[in-house]
Design a protein around this ligand. Structure first.
Ligand SMILES: *[C@@H]1O[C@H](CO)[C@@H](O)[C@H](O)[C@H]1NC(C)=O
Ligand SMILES: *[C@@H]1O[C@H](CO)[C@@H](O)[C@H](O)[C@H]1NC(C)=O
Length: 394
């Protein structure tokens, strides 16, 4: 027979291990109501959210920050790593609301910022940037603050944004900057088609960003891709109204990181200014764009369905007479069809000193007013295969 003391020690050991592993499985929940937030739409809940974040960030166990249904008024808030644990879920069942006075966050850069984090997910919920007042100010030509990005993810890795709706951002809705391995899925962006600078999702200086199954209706680019972006995957996105999916503007700076390995597939554009675009300043630059695949796109009444514009120079300021230094190569357009809202459906306006190279087109059929649309090329070289309508000018 075993020694009773030995059995006791064993049982204690097993229980100890068990509770430890249970703790590892069961995350701790921090309800923002418990740290002073109020879902009444009136009370400033910034401190309540920050308290919940600090607690979640400081625990070694996985943690959930939970915002139950309600409207939470938040000023600009910073959710900063490094955290003790690599599994913080922010579950929002309600709406986070920006202050109605746009001056409060208008120069803060970001309204909500996740910075230096590793292993954070933001799930569900609505972010209401209350941007309409600022848009009106900008449109009227008055002096106004530049406006805040609704949700910034900066210098972070392993972040998931799932099922979030962003409404009426003052400026960009979501900005991913300096990040690795970020997944955005099932997101909705909603702002009016004439709201200024309200890009849906902007990615820059980041690698391994995935944007899936999302709907973006806004006044600027649905997705914009800035310098230093690589291994970006965009799939199953509906865009419109908006300015389309744009690589660029790039090449504003002389020394600039390039964009590499971008896949955009199964996307639909409706009544947008552009479909798939690459845009660079007409300025000297070390930048480049290479390894891009645009595949399975449907255009519905799109002004510029396929466009490369290397002569961007707004108001002809700071670049007249210059040419773009950005080198564009290895760009494939495959299975792209639908309707153009203008006669020229395919436009490759590339740099005189750095012509576009290895442009490939396969099975492209774009019509204008039920007739073949037109293509226009300058300094672009490449190949075609399959059906190409309008007739290629490569
Ligand atoms: C390109 O990016 C995708 C992710 O978007 C990745 O799976 C693939 O391995 C990358 N290709 C190269 C050559 O790095
Ligand atoms: C291109 O698409 C139009 C509209 O869908 C269609 O009528 C036309 O037959 C297509 N062109 C070719 C050559 O298949």
């Amino acid at each position: 027979m075993a020694n009773p003391a030995y059995i006791l020690v064993s049982v204690a050991l097993v229980l100890g291990l068990l509770s430890e592993s249970l703790a590892a499985i069961n995350p701790v929940t921090y309800n923002v109501l418990d740290s002073g937030a109020k879902g009444d739409g009136q009370t400033d809940s910034t401190a309540g959210f920050m308290k919940a974040w600090s607690a979640a960030c400081g625990t070694t166990n996985p943690a959930i920050i939970y915002a139950p249904p309600g409207r939470y008024l938040l000023r600009n808030a910073r959710f900063r790593g490094q955290c003790e644990n690599k599994a913080i879920r922010i579950r929002i069942d309600g709406t986070l609301v920006a202050p109605s006075d746009y001056n409060v966050i208008g120069n803060a850069g970001n309204w909500l910022l996740v910075e230096g984090a590793d292993g954070v997910s933001i799930e569900g919920g609505f972010l209401d940037g209350q941007g309409t007042g600022l848009w009106a100010c900008k449109t009227s030509g008055k002096t106004c603050p530049i406006g805040a990005t609704t949700l910034g993810i900066s210098n972070s890795k392993n972040v998931l944004i799932n099922g979030l709706t962003s409404l009426n951002s003052q400026m960009f809705h979501i900005v991913i900057n300096g990040c690795d391995n970020i997944k955005v899925q099932g997101v909705k962006v909603l702002a009016s088609g004439n709201s200024p600078n309200t890009d849906g999702i902007h990615v820059q200086f980041s690698t391994r960003v995935t944007i899936l199954n999302s709907q973006i209706s806004t006044g600027d680019d649905c997705v914009s891709i800035g310098p230093g972006t690589s291994n970006l995957w965009i799939e199953n996105v509906n865009c419109g109204p908006g300015h389309g999916i744009s690589i660029g503007s790039l090449g504003r700076d002389l020394k600039e990181d390039g964009v590499e390995n971008v896949t955009v597939k199964t996307v639909t554009f409706k009544n947008t200014q552009n479909g798939v675009r690459i845009k660079t300043w007409a300025r000297q630059s070390t930048g480049y764009v290479r390894g891009v695949l645009f595949q399975h796109a449907i255009m519905n009444n799109v002004q510029n369905p396929i466009v490369i514009d290397q002569n961007y120079c707004p108001n002809n300021k700071n670049c007249p007479g210059q040419v773009s230094g950005v080198k564009i190569s290895d760009v494939t357009y495959e299975d792209i069809h639908g309707t153009s809202a203008t006669a020229v459906a395919v436009k490759f306006d590339c740099s005189k000193t750095n012509p576009c190279q290895e442009i490939r087109m396969e099975d492209v059929n774009l019509t204008y007013k039920n007739q073949a649309a037109k293509a226009s090329c300058a300094n672009a070289a490449g190949t075609t295969s399959g059906l190409i309508e309008p007739t290629s000018c490569l």
